[in-house]
Write a protein that binds this ligand. Structure first.
Ligand code: SAH
Ligand code: SF4
Length: 348
């Protein structure tokens, strides 16, 4: 698909045509990855962050957030719960820190989780920009996938959304290093950011393709009341960002074909059935939140984040019903690696 076709689809308003796009993307997903949804239980380890991204509710300069860091026992308890529930893999996410205490903490946590699960639990990290040495240590400890969103493929837009010392180039470098160090690499963008155009979004999809990523995690931008960007979007943008996000999922599936695409929680923050709609538009991964409920309200990247009070087991049964209702099955006990990653390894 050419850039202009992508832009035309992103601006399409005829509901029948848009539905047709989703159906085509769904057929592409079934062809390449089947009607199986893989779960990645996400543990939000800590909201302590050294960065100041203008869109994010846990940015360093937000003094209204009580900061927390989970204990080792709590992390292991959550990981075990995921393992016992048959989730094939988990994601460790947190605010960004690169001090040695943090790096060593993660390194030993990875080891403990591997040990607890007899190396059976897949392990993805989403811990921001780090040095090659750090990525290497974490890979060696047993993590094998990494999520680092590019946020937008447009460097000028990136600069508008971050303080001057946050660099788009550095982010790109990190993605390259992660790949070189052996990780399956996931990236993604926020959809409906202030100043973002449809051409930017079309370029984002082309970026995914050119960079040859294995996994995509993207979702609507939702403002947070305590951030510098608040007020730049309004309520009507929410519905619009939701529709744009579904179109982005569908188009990404049609262009990249066999990658893993997450139907993210931010979709559910706008529409209670948002994640199912994402699956029907071509996504195949869901990331249930398995963070201890006592910490969830402190990890608010955006307003209206769902499932604040539901514990992991409630989330699991609620999700199971939702997924069965749309005729899909859950890939319990499987890592569910990106088919794309497997194909590219075989070709090497
Ligand atoms: N600190 C790590 C991981 C946590 S943030 C990192 O930045 O990579 C994970 C993702 O949350 C970010 O990449 C960003 O895309 C998303 N995010 C942050 N604020 C958001 C908002 N207001 N709306 C939607 N997504 C947001
Ligand atoms: Fe920190 Fe990540 Fe939020 Fe940026 S997006 S402020 S790095 S948690």
């Amino acid at each position: 698909m050419k850039r202009i076709d992508l832009i035309n689809w992103l601006s399409e308003t005829d509901p029948n045509k848009v539905q047709d796009l989703y159906s085509r993307a769904y057929a592409m997903k079934v062809k390449h990855v089947g009607k199986i949804v893989y779960f990645r239980g996400i543990i939000e380890l800590s909201n302590i962050c050294a960065k100041n991204c203008f869109y994010c509710g846990i940015r360093k300069d937000n003094d209204h957030v009580e900061r927390f860091q989970m204990t080792d026992e709590e992390v292991l308890e959550s990981a075990k719960l995921a393992f016992d529930s048959g989730y094939g893999s988990i994601v460790l996410q947190s605010g960004e820190r690169s001090d040695e205490n943090f790096v060593a903490w993660i390194e030993q946590l990875i080891g403990q989780i591997k040990k607890m699960s007899n190396s059976q639990l897949g392990l993805t990290l989403s811990l921001g920009e780090q040095t090659r040495e750090t990525y290497r240590r974490w890979f060696k400890a047993g993590a094998h996938r990494y999520l680092l969103r590019i946020e937008t493929s447009n460097p000028e837009l990136y600069q508008k959304l971050h303080p001057a010392d946050h660099s788009h180039e550095k982010r790109l470098d990190c993605l390259k290093i992660l790949r070189q160090e052996g990780f399956q690499v996931g990236t993604g963008v926020m959809i409906g950011l202030p100043h973002q155009t449809l051409s930017d979004l079309a370029d984002d999809i082309l970026f995914f393709k050119n960079f040859d990523v294995d996994m995509i995690g993207m979702g609507p931008y939702i403002s947070h009341h305590d951030t510098p960007l608040v007020g730049l979007t309004d309520k009507t943008d929410k519905a619009n960002n939701f529709d744009l996000s579904l179109k982005m999922i569908a188009l990404t599936r049609l262009v990249l074909e066999d990658v893993n695409i997450a139907s993210t929680t931010a979709l559910q923050a706008i529409d209670p059935a948002g994640r199912e709609k994402g699956l029907l538009a071509g996504a195949n991964i869901i990331m249930p939140n398995i963070t201890h409920t006592k910490y969830r309200r402190f990890y608010q990247l955006y307003d209206d984040k769902p499932c604040l009070d539901e514990n992991a087991l409630v989330c699991k049964s609620c999700l199971e019903t939702r997924i069965k209702n749309i005729g899909e099955e859950i890939g319990y006990g499987k890592w569910g690696d990106s088919k794309h990653f497997k194909h590219s390894i075989q070709e090497k």
